[in-house]
Design a protein around this ligand. Structure first.
Ligand SMILES: [Zn+2]
Length: 479
């Protein structure tokens, strides 16, 4: 039977505030376990929470960036459950009055855009982290993450393919990065997605029974998990079985998911309004203020790159995917005055280094202005392509100014004709075989000799001049 896949995502993102959501503990990843905790976030009896205004502002900002309505009046609720990662035995969250609701984002599917509804965005606190002993002898708990502010973004079940699920996760992630509300470091778990998925025979209106896969923390894993779960459900139905409503754990290494527990219903949590916090009242003026602080978002930026700067759509898409990359491109294009050259360098040289060495390249000594300066030297014919790459490497390492790097590595282009001719002469003497091949009409031999000559000139020879001299010297040599 042919099935249609129905997917909705629940995306949890930690907010990049200075302190936690209900206490003054600092909100930072990577501290020694249990050092960023206090009686409030450890849930000691008698302590009282106070809502962090910045966390509320970031939640509203995320909502506005995703075209949501903002609740003028909302409240926090207690979600009761017992698990060792939550010392209070309840999580302060929002139940029936989320701070943001009824929004949408546009995602790309192939060449088209598709609108995905955002049902709600609510504010809540994160739980601690369980670290399971590798020998299976016990578990340790790190409460540093307890009380870290989170937003949960719940989308409508508008997604129809695993690729769209990935695209949706990517789109939401980039909006959160651009607005600066979350650093979205997937490897640190600061953004993670739950995939809710069901299937139904094509053409049917009502939804099938869904399962939920928890805490998936990479774009690729979202796509893979969705594809595998759709396949699993189809096999269950094809064999005459029924899908069980449950929570499943996706194992990305095995490429399989495993049943964790039957899905709990909202009533299992015995939600009630948090008695220790006052309701949240948000005024229009504050909403307007937050709205005006939202920067240009990736999709608009991309459109501007294509229409105003003449960058190909594919390149514009890749560049705007990551805000740091995009910011570097903008500054480089501005400095060198040639957006196409800047985009070529970002697409090839910069992204290649990011792939090799990781995102740290983007937080190194490199700035867009300095990349633009390298491109200016290149455009003015003062350094070669090879030298420009050397300058970029040193720049990433040291953050030095390109001008200084060029001077102390002596990278200025070599235009001394006598010196070039001399080096080429040596190369021809050392490579008689290639010279013969050239004489026999083998074009490749010229490229080989050109490469040898450039190496002999330490990559600094003026390319056109070297080419011209090599052609002339070859003629003379073969006479
Ligand atoms: Zn605390």
């Amino acid at each position: 039977m042919e099935y249609e896949i129905v997917i909705g995502l629940e995306i949890h993102a930690e907010l990049k505030t200075g302190s936690k959501i209900f206490c003054g503990c600092k909100n930072e990843f990577g501290d020694e376990p249990n050092t960023s905790c206090c009686p409030v976030c450890l849930g000691m009896p008698g302590t009282l929470p106070v809502l962090n205004k910045k966390a509320l502002e970031y939640a509203v900002k995320a909502g506005l960036a995703m075209n949501c309505q903002i609740s003028k009046f909302s409240k926090m609720d207690r979600k009761n459950y017992f698990y060792p990662d939550m010392p209070k035995a309840y999580q302060i969250s929002q139940y029936d009055m989320p701070i943001c609701y009824d929004g949408f984002v546009n995602i790309e599917t192939g060449d088209e855009m598709k609108r995905i509804g955002i049902e709600r965005i609510h504010l809540e606190e994160d739980a601690g982290k369980l670290i399971h002993d590798a020998r299976g002898e016990g578990s340790m708990i790190d409460y540093n993450r307890c009380g870290v502010p989170l937003i949960e973004i719940v989308t409508r079940p508008d997604v129809r393919t695993p690729e769209e699920a990935r695209s949706l996760f990517e789109t939401v992630k980039s909006i959160l990065e651009y607005t600066g509300v979350s650093d979205c470091r997937m490897q640190e778990g600061s953004i993670r997605a739950d995939v809710n998925l069901s299937i139904r025979p094509r053409g049917r209106e009502d939804f099938g029974i869904r399962t939920e896969m928890k805490n998936i923390n990479s774009l690729r894993a979202v796509e893979r998990a969705a594809a595998a779960e759709a396949k699993r459900q189809a096999e269950v139905l094809d064999q005459g079985g029924t899908v069980v409503q449950e929570t499943r754990r996706w194992d990305d290494n095995k490429g399989e998911s495993f049943s964790m527990r039957s899905k709990e219903e909202a009533m299992d949590y015995r939600y009630f309004p948090e008695p220790d916090l006052v309701p949240i009242v948000v005024e229009d003026a504050w909403i307007s203020e937050i709205k005006s602080s939202i920067p240009e978002l990736p999709q608009r930026r991309k459109k501007r790159y294509i229409e105003k700067l003449g960058i190909p759509a594919y390149d514009a898409n890749l560049i705007t995917m990551n805000k740091l990359v995009s910011d570097i491109f903008e500054a480089a294009a501005e400095t060198c005055g040639n957006p196409k050259l800047a985009s070529n360098w970002v697409m090839t040289e910069l992204l290649c280094r990011v792939n090799e060495k990781g995102e740290s390249v983007l937080n190194s000594g490199l700035t867009g202005e300095k990349l633009g300066e390298i491109l200016l030297f290149l455009e003015r014919g003062e350094i070669t392509q090879t030298s420009a790459n050397t300058v970029l490497d040193v720049l990433i390492e040291t953050g030095e100014k390109p001008q200084a790097i060029i001077e102390h590595l002596d990278l200025k282009i070599q235009k001394d004709e006598n010196l070039i001719a001399g080096k080429i002469h040596e190369i021809l003497k050392e490579n008689p075989r290639a010279v013969m091949d050239y004489a026999a009409g083998k074009e490749k031999a010229f490229g080989f000799l050109m490469g040898k000559s450039m190496t002999a000139l330490k990559g600094k020879g003026h390319p056109a001049l070297v080419r011209e001299t090599l052609t002339r010297e070859l003629q003379l040599y073969l006479k």
